[in-house]
Structure formats: C-alpha cells, structure tokens
Design a protein around this ligand. Sequence first.
Ligand code: GDP
Ligand code: MG
Length: 182
Amino acid sequence: MDISQKRRTLLKVIVLGDSGVGKTSLMNQYVYKKFSQQYKATIGADFVTKELLIDDKLITLQIWDTAGQERFHSLGPAFYRGADCCVLVYDVNIHKSFDRLNNWHDEFLQQADLDNAETFPFVLLGNKVDLDGGSSRRVTEQKAREWCASRGNIPYFETSAKEGYNVDEAFLCVAKISLDNE
Ligand code: GDP
Ligand code: MG
C-alpha cells in the first residue's frame, strides 16, 4: 500500500523543563540530527514535526518547543491544549532543574485541562549525560527513577542531545505511549 493512503495520526507533544536543560537541542537532534553548542533561547517556530511508522500506522509527531517563555514559568493554556504527551526534561548536572520537575508536572496538569489527568502520559529525560565524562553529574539515575515511580511510573531516559544518545529511543517511546493513550 502507498504510504499516503495509510491512516495518519497527529500527536501533539509538549516539551517542558527549565531554561537551558536542552529542550530545543533534543528536538533539533531528533528531527534534524543537528547539534549546536551555541545557546539560542528561541527556535523561531512553535513546533517541529517528525513522521514515523509504528505497527504500520503513519504517525506525525508535532513537537512543541517553548520560545524561551519557560523563564517566566508559565506558558498559557493555548500552548498545552490538545496535548497527547508531555516530555519533561532536566539536566543531570544541575540539581535545581531536577527539583523543578514537580512544578512543571503540576503546571502541566493544571493548565492542560485534561479529561484523563490520572493516566495522561509523561516521559522524563535526564539530559547532558555526556558532560565531563559524567563527573559533573548531580542527580543519580536512581533518584530520577524514584521520582518517576512516585509520579505513576513515568518512563525515564538518560540522553545526550549533543551525541544523539538515546534521543530516538526516547521519542519513539513518546510516540508509543501517546498512541496507547488515544
Ligand atoms: P533549552 O533552553 O532547554 O531549549 O536548552 P538549549 O537546547 O537551548 O540548550 C542550552 C545549552 O546546552 C546550549 O548551549 C546547548 O548547546 C547545550 N546542550 C544541550 N543539550 C546538551 C547535551 O546533551 N550535552 C551538552 N554537553 N550540552 C548540551
Ligand atoms: Mg529552547
């Protein structure tokens, strides 16, 4: 069958986390296979898209970035509306970014106006695992997994947007659990 004849499913994915943890870099790595050392607060677009095939289903992941507004800790309901999955990101080298996950998780649940708040899919990414060969790390994998368990078994991936480590795997999981939740 021609791919264009397959049923398309559009999934809206929101990426949240403190400024500087690597949200934009993870998206660029996933969609464009590119990484930039330069710090850019904005991406210039509201979202990027990536198409993938899962079990013969054509999926369009629409991944929404914050244009630096995460500094103000509030993005507004329009940003969250219709989300199918929320990806939370922290930097394993910055403890504060891990501590702030509770706020991002709560903020999302409050703003997104969901009918299925108890079962809504989240995925956690611990990014920048490449830094200093791991010697600058401040949050252990175990701590992160404990947090995920306390929030209802959120899947967890350790990633490097710089090296592309675990990025495809993480977003494949995002797509799969979003589909399961449909
Ligand atoms: P955002 O504010 O969450 O969107 O973060 P950015 O994607 O703009 O990244 C902030 C800075 O961290 C930039 O200088 C990136 O180059 C850098 N960065 C992002 N991800 C990684 C990573 O996995 N490893 C390393 N070493 N640096 C990263
Ligand atoms: Mg950004």
